[in-house]
Design a binder for this molecule. Sequence first.
Ligand SMILES: Cc1cc2nc3c(=O)[nH]c(=O)nc-3n(C[C@H](O)[C@H](O)[C@H](O)COP(=O)(O)OP(=O)(O)OC[C@H]3O[C@@H](n4cnc5c(N)ncnc54)[C@H](O)[C@@H]3O)c2cc1C
Length: 382
Amino acid sequence: MQYTLSYWERQSFLPDPDVVVVGSGIVGLAAAIHLKTLDPSLRVMVLERGPLPVGASTRNAGFACFGSLTELLDDLTRMTEDEVLGIVEKRWTGLQRLRGLLGDAVMDYQGHGGYEMFTEAEEHIFRQCADRIPDFNKKIGQITGHPEVYKVVDECLPRFGFAGVRRLILNQPEGQVHTGRLMSALLDKAREAGVTLVNGVGVRGFEDSGQGVEIETEYGWTLRTRRLLVCVNGFAQRLLPQLEVTPARNQVLITRPIPGLPVEGCFHYDRGYFYFRNIDGRILLGGGRNLDPETEKSDLFDANAGIRAALVKLLYEVVCPDSRPEVDYWWTGILGLGPVKKPIIQHVSPNVAVAVRLSGMGVAIGTLVGQEGAELALRGQI
Ligand SMILES: Cc1cc2nc3c(=O)[nH]c(=O)nc-3n(C[C@H](O)[C@H](O)[C@H](O)COP(=O)(O)OP(=O)(O)OC[C@H]3O[C@@H](n4cnc5c(N)ncnc54)[C@H](O)[C@@H]3O)c2cc1C
């Protein structure tokens, strides 16, 4: 549908704002709230193409995690140790800022820890991880203030009732949140701060004249703003093809409630390609994009039948071998990945900045990325 705005619509609903944020995921909302904190007189508008935020932030697993050992060791093959620890620090700081902004109760934050599981065939990977525990405990302990971040806890395995899992490493300061409550609270916070939230309006493109930015919407009408901040993560290539952001789809299921569910915490399986947790007496389980990586490089929300079958197999054979619960919900979410785990927070023109590529860690790092993006956008390119 193409149309022009009426005089009334333009004046009363969509007067030209000072700053426009594109995307109302965790990053866009954190950015918008921060802009109003920095300068309450700013007219800040968020343009979101979905009726709700519809990318990753309302579709994730709610792991408040900052680094499992296989992930850190894998990162060390592409980044220096300082870079890897720098990202851990940003995730930790982001998480503390999120908790400070919303409070734990409102997003049902629970500090049950994050676990990494290893099968018998993965004993050599477990060994590599276990050998690094003293070193990481020292270095990540300095970041988190926790005396013993990582710990081998094989003795917990019988309690959880998994099948075929031989080793377990616990990351003690990790936690989990209720994703829906978190996002709902962030939206409330943005409204309270005086941010104008406009849903159902997709941005098709923009032009920075150097004096300001003209934003073209999918309806054909335009808006003018002084500064623009693009927070569209996995969809970034549609607006800015030059950015190194690849969309990556993830399939997720939630089971029906399982009486006496023994699982508590966030769990990573097969080097983190699969993940699951407890929520409301159910299991949420997702991942598996490594089984069909090319198909899953997509920003369309399609189901992947092969991956979904693999998730059910994992649920029945490993996670809940005794209860074999029915699946109650399925959905798909879109991540934004790149060659390294570093988010892109930069200007693309004098008045346009981006804060994208959260690499599957937006719950932890998203608030910080949004806040840094907001500060950059407000400054303009110097
Ligand atoms: C299945 C799944 C599980 C995950 N689990 C975890 C986890 O447990 N822990 C963790 O830390 N992270 C997890 N993540 C990653 C985390 O959810 C993301 O890193 C984070 O939500 C990214 O936030 P964002 O605001 O950058 O992007 P998004 O939440 O994707 O928000 C981008 C928004 O931009 C909007 N948009 C896109 N294009 C346009 C346009 N042209 N015009 C207007 N609006 C537009 C979209 O509709 C969307 O609402 C998971 C992700 C997925 C998909």
